[in-house]
Design a protein. Structure first.
Length: 388
């Protein structure tokens, strides 16, 4: 990019790490599928490339792009969101350390922390991080090594004040990690608000087309770069070159997609608020949402993302009937693709938290609102609700 231009989001998303190929001038960087690289004598690596687990030009281009759009100093790309989380926690924690996380979080994250790192002797506590006073008391009581934040949370769409939580974590000497998957870097930049590390499942909005699985870590500064870089190479759960290439392609259109996701979700949230078979609409864009003011302050003005949840009248059976009855919304796990998805968290994405402090309501339905015509989406939900 030109030195005298300070690029805005979409310009960085399209150009960062994406210089035209030096040999051919190809505008789209080539896909480097090679697993190994010719050495000019023993240890004579060309541009630092030796073996693609350690470094690959396509993955490097993606990592530069990720760092740019999140405003970070370093980025690391992994084979999945959970692979990124695993590498992060193995790099930062040791037996006897404590992780403090919110009492609403992705079930896979909780399973990793509870079942995998718990066996390794890493303790964890789940508290309501949306309440600053509760968060302050928990951080003071448990002295965690890591404070783990999702905002908006999955699947209840709660909102955590990143800046205030960063202050509390910093005062306690804790590392603040923010999972920014729901909000995306277009709507929210946790590093600018004090976070140390940002986590993404790039499978979701960054890839954006439900055709790639990946994860990423973006670091605010150099502090943990060496440890995480070592773990990325030593454990080896890196993104493949093709997955990295697909993710780069997706990021280029992130802004225009998220605008439409947000517009559609806001319209559906407003329309469903007064539906007689909907008890509650959980969407930070609604002024009635308890986290609306915080979300409005720390997310891009006027946009609150494409994720929402509803609680339906009639309990578990009503919720299951709803998710089985849609025609445009597809019953499937995951989120953030251009197509609309519907799922039942209690028995799907959050089955692993049943019986814990993170258990989700049995009448909860999560919607990943796509970019189809919103009139069709509303008509689909309406006919499905009529079947309850």
């Amino acid at each position: 990019m030109t030195e005298n231009i300070t690029p805005s989001f979409s310009t960085k998303a399209i150009h960062a790490g994406q210089e035209p190929d030096a040999q051919t001038g190809a505008v789209i960087p080539p896909l480097h599928m090679s697993s190994t690289y010719k050495q000019d004598g023993v240890g004579g690596f060309r541009s630092g490339y030796e073996y693609s687990r350690s470094a690959n030009p396509t993955r490097d281009a993606l990592q530069a792009q990720l760092a740019a759009i999140e405003g970070g100093a370093h980025a690391f790309s992994f084979a999945s969101g959970l692979a990124a989380e695993d590498a992060l926690l193995r790099a930062l924690t040791a037996p006897g350390d404590t992780i403090l996380l919110g009492n609403d979080a992705y079930g896979g994250t909780f399973r990793l922390i509870n079942a995998v790192f718990g066996q390794w002797g890493v303790k964890h506590f789940a508290v309501d991080l949306t309440d600053t006073s509760t968060a302050a008391d928990a951080i003071a009581a448990h002295r965690p090594k890591v404070v783990w934040v999702e905002t908006p949370t999955n699947p209840l769409l709660n909102v955590v004040d990143i800046r205030e939580t960063a202050r509390l974590a910093r005062e306690a000497g804790a590392i603040l990690v923010v999972d920014n998957t729901f909000a995306t870097p277009y709507l929210q930049n946790p590093i600018s608000q004090g976070a140390d590390i940002v986590v993404h499942s790039v499978t979701k909005y960054l890839g954006g087309h439900s055709d790639v699985v990946g994860g990423a870590l973006v670091l605010a500064d150099d502090t943990h770069a060496e440890a995480i870089g070592y773990m990325q190479n030593a454990a080896g759960a890196v993104s493949s070159p093709f997955d990295a290439w697909l993710t780069m392609r997706g990021i280029k259109t992130l802004a225009v997609r998220v605008k439409q996701h947000s517009q559609n979700a806001a319209a559906l949230a407003a329309a469903l608020t007064d539906h007689p078979k909907v008890e509650t609409v959980l969407y930070p864009g609604l002024e009635s949402h308890p986290g609306h003011a915080v979300a409005a302050r720390q997310m891009r003005e006027g946009m609150f993302g494409g994720m929402m949840s509803i609680q339906v009248a009639g309990g578990r059976e009503a919720a299951r009937t709803l998710v089985d009855s849609t025609k445009v919304f597809t019953l499937a796990e995951s989120l953030g693709g251009i197509e609309s998805l519907i799922e039942y968290p209690y028995d799907m994405t959050h089955a692993s938290v049943q019986g814990t402090d993170l258990e989700v309501p049995a009448n909860l339905v999560r919607l990943s609102v796509g970019i189809e015509d919103v009139e069709d989406l509303l008509a689909d939900l309406t006919q499905a609700l009529d079947r309850i």
